[in-house]
Design a protein around this ligand. Structure first.
Ligand code: UDP
Length: 498
């Protein structure tokens, strides 16, 4: 009997950890719903090696996920050989990554030709990232379809798109920058502010290097056959509406893309270490077990966790004030710390002068300073974690909300300012401490915001935020067998009917 050829899906993520991991989890989820596909994730050798390292110890990896390393010729763009590195991204590095991602187009074409030659037909679809939307033309030239996968939330993605394309922050009369402005696609009453914009939005004029790459990618993605988004329909009603208004294409909200043991109905983890191997190839600077032992010794909801994601850091003066405020708050904390902005290349070479003199010794009994990388999922899943001071990267947001942990926002780039705005205004689970790496903050503001969020007073803001975060946690859990499940089924039926 002839064995039917498996239907092939090819995925083309952008070259950054915050994109690679959700693509891998999307592949898992598709196969969980329908195990008859073959899925190949293609990328540059360094990024494929990174993905391999994340799954090296993962026995749950389905046999039909393949990782394909493509020849990558970065010199085409005059880029140094390490351009594909996914760590510590400065603005210039992001621009380089943008260019590097387009260097994948020819190898992706060659790979699809091989698929056609070997399997007799093209893949059933190519799923690309917003920043690898050139894959839309590749798909069309092979007479197959293309879907865009937004690894961020709907609200942040819609705002990022609409502001990049429409530039609503520019005053038409004189080209100056408005302090407050409506954003096409969002309700008129939902005003955005310049402080929520990363400086590259403000600097972009449509002709600069950033816009020259970004705008064509955004318009390719609007020509795709539909969008997937790493969110939950009921959690982001306004965001989903704004995104639909903007893309005018089918949108499937298939999140949360989180390890399944984070989504169980009770708090706490029983298989903590396996979560890490599923989500990150980086080794924590502290053994997860030690970290958990330390948190175990603290009361429920009392610990503040601080991390700025996989790539970002803050300035040396901000770091100093954050340390001072933390110490004065006397609250227990875990702080994932890296060299400040301008010194990111030192990779772990931390200098004591970036912290107040004697800080690490003095706070030994108050907190854990983790240099480099922490077991974030274990920390957020622990019942003693009471709040998360975060840059509001989308993976961090979903990880935090899935555990009912309220946030203190300090957005640093990309769509993070919009995520923070939504967390504050639409969800009521966040207070923003400050924005970006150039802002001035004082230790008093740090101390005050920590006290507000960790406050246990029945009628206090902290309690209100925790209650709302707990409601969102339940909503996220319910979506797994509810709306997200249905969206994934619909998406798969659509692919199969093409
Ligand atoms: N992360 C971690 N340990 C750290 C810092 C980050 O495990 O010390 C993980 C975190 O759990 C999340 C990812 O790195 O899954 C960061 O993704 P996010 O979208 O929040 O931010 P990005 O790194 O893309 O800016």
């Amino acid at each position: 009997m002839e064995v039917p050829v498996r239907k092939h899906i090819v995925m083309v993520p952008f070259m950054a950890q915050g994109h690679l991991i959700p693509f891998l989890e999307l592949a898992h989820k598709i196969l969980h719903h329908n195990p008859t596909f073959n899925i190949t994730i293609v990328n540059s050798p360094l990024n494929i090696n990174y993905l391999r390292s994340t799954i090296a110890n993962d026995p749950s990896l389905p046999a039909h996920i393949h990782l394909k390393s493509l020849p990558f010729i970065s010199s085409d763009h005059g880029l140094p050989p390490n351009t594909e590195n996914t760590n510590g991204l400065s603005f210039t590095q992001i621009l380089k990554l943008f260019h590097a991602s387009t260097a994948l187009e020819a190898p992706v074409r060659a790979f699809i030709s091989d698929v056609v030659a070997n399997e007799g037909s093209p893949p059933v679809c190519i799923i690309s990232d917003i920043f690898t939307s050139w894959a839309n033309e590749v798909a069309r030239s092979f007479r197959t379809v293309n879907y865009t996968f937004a690894t961020s939330g709907a609200y942040g993605t819609a705002a990022f798109f609409s502001i990049s394309i429409n530039q609503p922050h520019r005053n038409i009369a004189d080209g100056g920058i408005l302090n407050e402005f409506p954003v096409p696609g969002f309700p008129e009453s939902c005003r955005f502010s310049t402080t929520q914009l990363h400086p590259y939005f403000v600097a972009a004029d449509g002709k600069d290097e950033w816009s020259t790459f970004l705008l064509p990618q955004l318009s390719h993605s609007l020509n795709s056959n539909g969008w997937l988004c790493n969110t939950i329909e009921e959690m982001e009603t306004m965001g989903c509406e704004a995104l639909r208004n903007f893309i005018k294409l089918p949108l499937w909200c298939i999140g949360p893309l989180l390890p399944s043991n984070m989504l169980k109905k009770t708090s706490g983890l029983d298989t903590g270490s396996s979560i890490i191997s599923q989500r990150s190839g980086k080794l924590p600077a502290i053994e997860p077990k030690k970290c958990i032992e330390w948190i175990d010794s603290h009361p429920q909801g009392s610990v503040l966790y601080i991390s700025f994601g996989s790539q970002n850091t803050i300035s040396d003066t901000q770091m100093m004030e954050l340390a001072n405020g933390l110490e004065e708050s006397k609250k227990p904390f875990i702080w994932v710390i890296r060299p400040p902005i301008g010194f990111e290349h030192l990779n772990g070479g931390f200098r004591p002068e970036w912290l107040p003199s004697g800080f690490e010794d003095r706070v030994k009994s108050q907190g854990l300073v983790v240099h480099g990388w922490a077991p974030q999922l274990e920390i957020l899943c622990h019942r003693s974690t009471g709040a998360f001071l975060s840059h509001c990267g989308w993976n961090s947001v979903m990880e935090s909300l899935s555990q009912g942990v309220p946030m203190i926002g300090w957005p640093l780039g990309a769509e993070q300012g919009f995520n923070a705005k939504m967390l504050v205004e639409e969800m009521g689970v966040c207070v923003v401490l400050t924005n970006g790496v150039e802002s001035t903050i004082g230790k008093e503001e740090v101390k005050k915001v920590i006290e507000v969020v960790l406050d246990k007073n029945e009628d206090g803001k902290g309690n209100d935020m925790r209650r709302k975060a707990t409601e969102l946690r339940k909503l996220i859990q319910a979506s797994v067998d509810g709306s997200s499940n249905k969206a994934m089924d619909d998406f798969i039926s659509t692919i199969l009917s093409n």
